[in-house]
Design a protein around this ligand. Structure first.
Ligand SMILES: NC(=O)c1ccc[n+]([C@@H]2O[C@H](COP(=O)([O-])OP(=O)(O)OC[C@H]3O[C@@H](n4cnc5c(N)ncnc54)[C@H](OP(=O)(O)O)[C@@H]3O)[C@@H](O)[C@H]2O)c1
Length: 383
């Protein structure tokens, strides 16, 4: 069953989660929220929620983040495919029955958190909007639509300022691609100081980015290879354990794959800067959870590495791990299940003259900040 790959992080009841609080809170400033958290999440006056794709890697993390952040709700509809309909799950001491997603699912729903893939978002997103719901969508289906805000709360919260909860008008806000979120969490504070003119990104992406089934397959393949068996290759069609390969997204006519072009296009949209030059190479590595990225930046204004380090230390949602003496820098393991994006290897790019170039190494939990946490921060801005 799909959900077991995530059981390392959560305790499961009826195959799904009762969530333990293991994640530190993000230090994101939230416009209408106080720093004061009381466990009063289930409240009559709070928004009604729907989680679409609740049995998936991101869907489960939605529940975990909702609970961690005491997100207020009056009710939650747990929605997935026909395969999961009727299964029970316990969330915050209450038992829920998973319902099959249908056109009737969104009546009375204020906020719908979508993570069931692009085709589901395309079909049911507009239906939810027509019902007056605000959809926060994790898929790429609507990200590049001109009238859809593409939001990282620490970076461009203003993009969704016109969207109001319970205004009688539904809307859709898109969550950027996980690699884009992790990259821009680190690059944006520096961009705001010295203006990035060109960015070169190389990613080292974890199994979790491809969902719960890919995590299971990595585990299974690792076991099979160690036992001298032929590895089962159903998700990626090639050996993943003890290997790495170009990202599995479709390759386009320009030779880039879709994941790489998402980094290019989404950066321009989020920074509202069509001139910024971005190139990317995206690679899958046999890491269970959390992406790593090498980011090379070229600036319009000079920026020395000490100033960059100070800027990053003060950036919301970012932690600096940059200990040259002990060779300690960000790792996927160090950021797994954490809210913050870690940045290290902060150094002047010796291939660029003056202080116009920097290299960084960035790690972030892409199910959390790259997906569920970012989406729930967006939902918090609606409160
Ligand atoms: N994993 C990440 O790090 C990440 C990051 C950013 C964005 N995303 C995006 O989030 C979405 C989900 O990713 P994931 O990694 O969570 O995938 P996943 O683990 O494979 O989960 C997929 C979810 O979608 C549900 N689903 C599938 N077909 C459905 C249908 N016909 N009707 C209703 N629900 C259906 C599944 O329900 P059943 O269990 O019933 O099949 C499951 O809950 C994708 O769009 C992905 O691109 C993922």
């Amino acid at each position: 069953m799909k959900v077991t790959a995530l059981a390392h992080q959560h305790q499961f009841v009826h195959g799904l989660a009762t969530f333990s609080k293991i994640h530190p809170r993000s230090n994101v400033r939230r416009p209408n929220a106080t720093a004061f958290h009381v466990r009063m999440s289930l409240r009559e006056d709070a928004p009604s929620l729907a989680v679409v794709g609740v049995t998936g890697a991101v869907g489960q993390e939605f529940l975990s983040v909702l609970s961690d952040r005491s997100f207020p709700y009056s009710s939650i509809k747990m929605l997935a495919s026909k395969r999961s309909a009727g299964k029970r799950l316990t969330f915050e001491d209450k038992e829920y029955i998973i319902e099959e997603l249908s056109a009737d699912s969104f009546s009375g729903v204020d906020i719908a958190l979508f993570s069931a893939g692009g085709s589901i978002s395309k079909k049911f997103g507009p239906i939810a909007i027509d019902c007056g719901s605000i959809v926060v969508d994790n898929s790429s289906a609507f990200r590049m639509d001109e009238d859809v805000p593409l939001v990282i709360p620490e970076v461009n919260p203003e993009a969704m300022s016109h969207i109001k909860l319970r205004s009688g008008k539904g809307a859709l806000i898109a969550n950027p691609n996980c690699s884009t979120i992790i990259c821009l969490m680190a690059a944006t504070p520096l961009h705001q100081r010295a203006k990035v003119v060109r960015m070169v990104v190389s990613t080292y992406q974890a199994a979790s980015g491809a969902g719960a089934a890919a995590m299971e397959e990595l585990e299974q393949q690792t076991r099979e290879v160690l036992e001298g068996k032929r590895p089962t290759c159903e998700i990626f069609k090639q050996q993943y354990a003890f290997n790495l390969f170009s990202h599995n997204a479709p390759v386009l006519s320009n030779g880039y794959n879709e994941e790489e072009m998402k980094l290019v296009k989404e950066t321009r949209k989020i920074w509202n800067n069509m001139n910024v030059k971005v190139t990317a190479t995206c690679i899958r590595v046999p890491v269970m959870r959390a992406h790593a990225e090498s980011v090379n930046l070229q600036f319009e204004e000079p920026l020395d590495e000490d100033t960059a380090r100070t800027i990053l230390k003060n950036a919301p949602g970012v932690v600096v791990i940059d200990d040259r003496a002990s060779n300690r820098f960000p790792t996927p393991l160090a950021v797994s299940n954490k809210d913050e994006v870690a940045v290290g290897r902060i150094r002047q790019d010796v291939s660029q003259d003056g202080n116009y170039g920097l290299d960084l190494f960035v790690c972030g939990d892409q199910i959390r900040k790259g997906a569920a946490l970012n989406a729930i921060q967006i939902a918090e801005m609606l409160l």
